[in-house]
Design a protein around this ligand. Structure first.
Ligand SMILES: Cc1cc2nc3c(=O)[nH]c(=O)nc-3n(C[C@H](O)[C@H](O)[C@H](O)COP(=O)(O)OP(=O)(O)OC[C@H]3O[C@@H](n4cnc5c(N)ncnc54)[C@H](O)[C@@H]3O)c2cc1C
Length: 410
């Protein structure tokens, strides 16, 4: 039994059900993680297991046949998933986020009746594909010009209106689930008469992975999160029907501004990694991790005990802040709540790597072999603070500036 049995409590009935389901599969996910990491292989078998339990529809509203999880339920589910396999959780975030953009987020906007009706029809088809056909959605937002994913410029991928839909052209990089997803939920800039200069013209469109003109390129031989298969994508005049619009026009841009907590959705992946690193370290020092030296002197050393205590403090800080901000997630949070969300993103991502560093140091030289989980956790954890739009630097910059300046002040 791991050192800390539950990451969070109290859990509601939905959360309990999701966590228990993941925990039953978790040890097998963790075992598969070693080969997936070594071979850079996407965790397809884990997705097959999630689908068997309908967990791939965790965030699809129940009226469409999904499990009806809220944003908070998703977070708890995802953290538990990451505790067993970070790459599965990180990639699953892309799918889950797509389900949430089109459901809970859109529902917070007061849409004109016609737009609402159209969106309702579109999303019913999307959820039908997920629930009945097992469809999985990737979320390639990032582009080689990172200003767009950081929210500072229009996306360079173009969506040109044509009869019955759009023609999509452009390049995305870091497209997790690249060779596995059935659809790519792509943010594009809709071209107007003058070109594509306006961020408010951002549209979110599901491009079928097998559509003509979709091409995967590049490799994914990387330091950490090696099983995410985040290769690059090129869209060369890809026709996408109107019904594949995942949000009504103009809503993605407004949601990105008014629903900032959606960008915290990657943190549970790194909270789970932090928990796994702590659990592993305790098991290793107690001589209970498979292949670890028998428990002996190290467990009695005050230096080791203090390092484990530091790991626990960082873990508790991450969890407490995360629990709080997830309860504050909603449309139009206050400034304090938004800045706290940045603080949480920064803390969880940085702590994940610091906890893993401490784990490796305190377990010692023998733990750097690849048959030990902590070695992979350490590499995977390094990726957290690199994720746009809320990298560590962007969070720091926004927290500092907005603490010192009120809107309109120079
Ligand atoms: C494992 C993994 C999986 C990923 N999966 C996906 C995915 O599925 N979908 C997706 O869309 N993206 C994904 N990404 C991409 C990720 O979100 C970023 O887009 C990517 O890491 C940016 O890399 P870059 O070299 O362009 O860095 P840059 O964005 O160029 O950043 C370089 C440095 O500059 C800093 N920086 C950048 N912009 C600013 C700014 N405006 N102000 C201050 N500092 C700034 C950054 O913090 C960083 O230190 C993934 C990344 C990783 C590592």
């Amino acid at each position: 039994m791991p050192a800390v049995a539950d990451m969070f409590s109290p859990l509601n009935a939905n959360q309990r059900r999701f966590v228990d389901a993941v925990r039953a599969m978790g040890p097998e996910f963790q075992r598969r993680g070693f080969a997936n990491d070594a071979e850079g292989k996407f965790p397809a078998a884990n997705y097959a297991d999630l689908k068997k339990h309908k967990l791939h529809a965790v965030n699809v509203p129940s009226r469409y046949g999904g499990l009806g999880g809220s944003y908070m339920d998703y977070g708890v589910f995802s953290a538990e998933l990451a505790r067993w396999d970070g790459a599965t959780a990180l990639t699953f975030n892309m799918h889950a986020a797509t389900m949430m953009w089109s459901s809970v987020i859109v529902d917070d906007f007061d849409l004109p009746a016609e737009a609402k009706k159209k969106h309702e029809a579109n999303r019913a088809k999307v959820y039908e594909k997920v629930v009945n056909e097992g469809a999985i959605f990737a979320q390639p937002f990032s582009e080689p010009n990172s200003a767009a994913a950081a929210g500072r410029a229009p996306f360079g991928t173009a969506a040109k209106r044509v009869d019955g839909g759009f023609v999509v052209s452009g390049t995305k990089h870091f497209a997790s689930l690249a060779g596995y997803a059935d659809y790519y939920a792509v943010v594009c800039t809709e071209e107007d008469k003058d070109g594509m200069h306006d961020v408010t013209n951002t549209v979110l469109i599901a491009v079928p992975a097998k559509a003509n003109g979709v091409r995967l390129f590049g490799g994914w031989d990387v330091l950490g999160m090696r099983a995410t298969d985040s290769r690059s994508l090129e869209f060369d005049d890809v026709f996408v029907p109107d019904e594949n619009m995942l949000m009504p026009p103009g809503i993605y841009y407004q949601a990105a501004v008014k629903w900032p907590h959606m960008f915290v959705s990657l943190t549970p992946s790194y909270l789970g990694i932090s928990q796994a690193a702590f659990d592993f370290t305790v098991a290793y020092l107690r001589g209970e991790a498979e292949g670890a030296p028998p428990a002996g002197g190290p467990r009695h050393s005050a230096a080791k005990q203090m390092a484990v205590a530091q790991m626990r403090i960082k873990l508790e800080q991450s969890k407490a802040l995360w629990w709080k901000i997830m309860h504050e997630a909603r449309m139009n949070p206050t400034k304090e709540e938004r800045l706290r969300a940045y603080a949480c993103q920064y803390t969880v991502m940085e702590h994940a790597n610091e906890i893993c560093q401490l784990g490796l140091r305190v377990c010692g030289g023998r733990s750097i072999f690849k048959n030990f989980l902590i070695e992979r956790l350490y590499r995977d954890s390094r990726c957290g603070s690199l994720m746009l739009p809320w990298t560590a630097e962007i969070c720091l910059e926004r927290m500092g500036r907005e603490s010192l300046f009120e809107p309109g002040e120079k």
